[in-house]
Design a protein around this ligand. Structure first.
Ligand code: LLP
Length: 435
């Protein structure tokens, strides 16, 4: 379920007319629905009720401070991957002490910051990282809580760039070497073995790969519980969402009948498949969902600059570009695009949806059919709440987009559109170039 739907002809987020948001704050602008995030969070938490579950929201999906505060208010902890993300958790008033620090390349400075702030666990990806965390913890006179990420060598059957649990990926330690890694960890005086972790990929649309991976790791987790007294098992994130026909998925329930090929995994199916495997462990279960919690809770509003009609094809040139939403260019990802003003009397338009950036890759969709829209009219990219703003750049010296949070009939700017001065504030012309 999400809370984007037409009321009459106008697309609304909860009770807010999205055209009013665009009018006030301009475009391109990301708009997030607090109610959708809340519903997603509660629904996932309920799907594993009965287990001792800690949801660590994977904030790389959307790390706006207001979104983080909302999660914190809901009781979430965080899955973070950099010193910057840790500082965001603190700035948003989140609970770093229940949060986990992941990533293959933690620097000494990041490890130091995490130890000083206090985190629930470091999710360790290699033996050299164990040595480094031990070293920094020793300098600070602390013990670092750790869990080792196991690479279960399972095919998540998702896009190659977001598959992480195969042995050829850079992530984690293979199951067959994991016992040695834990034995090594146990010898370090400044490490405390707290758990075990896995994550096999993102945008999974079936429970089967999760079941296969969890089933592989469970016997090992039991051994770790006996040998080292671990207290938690993090099963990572990865639950997929609807991208095709995403608006209908909000109206009609969880998924659209039309998008059979992309039928997502429901949290209930996920919970029902995993609970029987996880319950006998008697461990705290950490979930690290990102996309599932925020993906369908956000849209990107954009204005049509030109409708360029050509002999071979039409181009709808938008004011949003690949720098604002890179997923189509980077992963050939599909995002539904709908008009803010729905008018069934208008003829259909078949066009390539493109941005103004000077390269052919700045294309959101080829041969997309939508209601005819013209210059100055507004459209929304759906399912843009995850990996939208957080992956944006300033390519072509385009400012970072604005972000707005909606709750009921209220909406507020939660990140102002970047201005030129802020964009160049760190740059300077060196003395040797001045004449
Ligand atoms: N835990 C770990 C260790 C991860 O690496 C990730 C995502 C997550 C949790 C959250 O995964 P999620 O629940 O969001 O699937 N930029 C790509 C997705 C990259 C995911 C990276 N890791 C995209 O736009 O599709």
């Amino acid at each position: 379920m999400h809370h984007f739907r037409y009321t009459g002809q106008k697309l609304h987020c909860e009770s807010v007319d999205l055209a009013a948001v665009a009018q006030l704050h301009g475009t391109p602008t990301y708009v997030y629905s607090a109610q959708t995030i809340t519903d997603n969070y509660r629904r996932l938490a309920a799907s594993l009720a009965g287990l001792d579950v800690q949801i660590c929201y994977a904030m790389k999906a959307n790390s706006n401070l207001a979104v983080l505060r909302l999660f914190s208010n809901l009781g979430a902890a965080f899955d973070l991957v950099s010193g910057g993300e840790l500082r965001r958790v603190v700035a948003a008033g989140g609970d770093a002490g229940r949060s986990v620090f992941a990533g293959v390349g933690k620097t000494e400075a990041e490890i130091r910051l995490a130890l000083q702030t206090g985190v629930f666990g470091f999710h360790v990806e290699s033996e050299p990282e164990l040595a480094r965390i031990n070293h920094v913890a020793g300098q600070l006179g602390r013990k670092a809580p750790i869990a080792i990420r196991i690479n279960p060598d399972v095919d998540a059957k998702t896009h190659a760039k977001i598959t992480t649990g195969k042995s050829e990926n850079k992530f984690g330690i293979p199951l067959e070497h994991a016992a040695e890694a834990y034995a090594a960890a146990a010898k370090y005086p400044h490490l405390e073995i707290k758990g075990v972790q896995m994550h096999i990929g993102s945008q999974l649309t079936s429970a089967a790969p999760f079941v296969e991976a969890v089933a592989k790791v469970v016997p090992f987790a039991l051994r770790l519980k006996q040998d080292y007294g671990i207290t938690y098992f993090s099963v990572g994130g990865g639950i997929g969402i609807v991208y095709q026909d995403a608006l209908a998925s909000g109206d009609a329930g969880w998924w659209s009948a039309k998008s059979e090929g992309e039928r997502p995994l429901t949290p209930e199916a996920y919970g029902a498949a995993l609970a029987p495997l996880l319950a006998p462990l008697g461990l705290k279960i950490l979930l690290e969902p990102g996309r599932f919690l925020v993906g369908n809770a956000g849209v990107l509003l954009s204005r049509v600059e030109y409708l360029k009609r050509g002999a071979a094809r039409n181009f709808l040139v938008l004011d949003a570009a690949m720098n604002d939403l890179v997923r189509p260019a980077m992963y050939e990802a599909y995002h539904e695009v709908v008009p803010l003003l729905r008018d069934s009397a208008r003829p259909a338009l078949k066009a390539d949806l493109v941005g103004p950036i000077c390269e052919s890759g700045d294309c959101f969709a080829k041969d997309r059919t939508l209601q005819t829209v013209g210059e100055g009219e507004l459209v929304a990219f759906l399912s843009a709440g995850a990996y939208g703003y957080t992956m944006a750049s300033r390519y072509n010296t385009r400012p970072m987009a604005a972000e707005v949070l909606v709750s009921g009939s209220r909406f507020e700017l939660v990140n102002a559109r970047e201005n030129f001065d802020a964009m160049v504030s760190g740059e300077k012309i060196p003395g040797f170039l001045s004449t």
